[in-house]
Design a protein around this ligand. Structure first.
Ligand code: NAD
Length: 245
């Protein structure tokens, strides 16, 4: 028997990185997983796992989210994982960069929660897990202006939903990783003028001396998605190898 037997888990950004690792970890624990992403080709790699159903979804598109909600009868856990890292200070952040990051990192969660929460309220139970970051209200990080702003907003959104719906049986927490070795992180390292130095800088941030794997963060998602964490709501859960020490 798995830790997530039978329950329906919907994830965004499941085609690669932490979202993919979490979809696989959920399925191994017996969940019925609806893995969504904009990248259909990469999403198809998940089809071989029993318990995972894939679905193309752009989480910035209200209509697509509402169409999906009409197809789904029940949802036990909603994981909002999609996000984008803009590199730079406020002076490097043009208005279009600001709008893109806030739209994908925060507005998408507003749309997803607003659409799926009524189903959870009707069921008298539901569990929402949002992806934040240590780069947020937890820690000031250089060159992460709009990213940190957006991830701090995710913490605020998480606490607000947790406070407003606790009596209706809804839990809402967020996960705040340090540096996680994912495809987009590798791309960001390669895009730096000196990739070797950029890698060293990323590694040095974690006092533990290495990056997290996506699977390590997925284990935390499994815990938060299971009844083992039934007493947790409104929490920002840090998993950062000592970065914020
Ligand atoms: N990697 C890290 O070091 C790290 C650290 C802290 C927090 N995070 C957060 O974790 C989340 C996942 O990051 P990652 O590095 O694992 O993944 P990633 O950046 O490698 O992959 C992101 C996925 O999101 C999908 N996506 C992009 N736009 C989308 C949209 N509009 N609708 C649906 N899907 C969309 C992409 O297709 C891709 O599959 C992000 O929110 C990120 O900010 C990552």
């Amino acid at each position: 028997m798995g830790r997530l037997d039978g329950k329906v888990r919907l994830l965004s950004a499941a085609a690669q990185g932490i979202g993919k690792a979490t979809a696989i970890a959920f399925a191994k624990e017996g969940a019925k997983v609806i893995a969504t992403d904009i990248n259909k080709t990469k999403l198809q790699e998940l089809e071989k796992y029993p318990g995972i159903q894939i679905r193309v979804l752009d989480v910035t598109k209200r209509q697509q989210i509402e169409e999906l909600a009409e197809e789904i009868e029940r949802i036990d856990v909603l994981c909002n994982i999609a996000g984008f890292v803009h590199h730079g200070t406020i002076l490097d952040c043009e208005e279009r960069d600001w709008n893109f990051a806030m739209n994908l990192n925060v507005r998408s969660m507003y749309l997803m929660i607003k659409t799926f929460l009524p189903k959870m309220i009707k069921q008298k139970s539901g569990n929402i897990i949002n992806m934040s970051s240590v780069a947020s209200s937890i820690k000031g990080v250089v060159n992460r202006c709009v990213y940190s702003t957006s991830k701090a907003a995710v913490i605020g959104l998480t606490k607000s939903v947790a406070a407003d719906f606790i009596e209706q049986g809804i839990r809402c927490n967020c996960v705040c990783p340090g540096t996680v070795d994912t495809p987009s992180l590798q791309e960001r390292i390669k895009a730096q003028p000196n990739p070797d130095q950029a890698l060293k800088d990323f590694l040095a941030r974690q006092r533990i001396g290495r990056m997290a794997t996506a699977e390590e963060v997925a284990h935390l998602f499994v815990y938060l998605a299971s009844e083992e964490s039934a007493y947790m709501t409104g929490n920002e859960v840090v998993i950062d190898g000592g970065w914020s020490l």
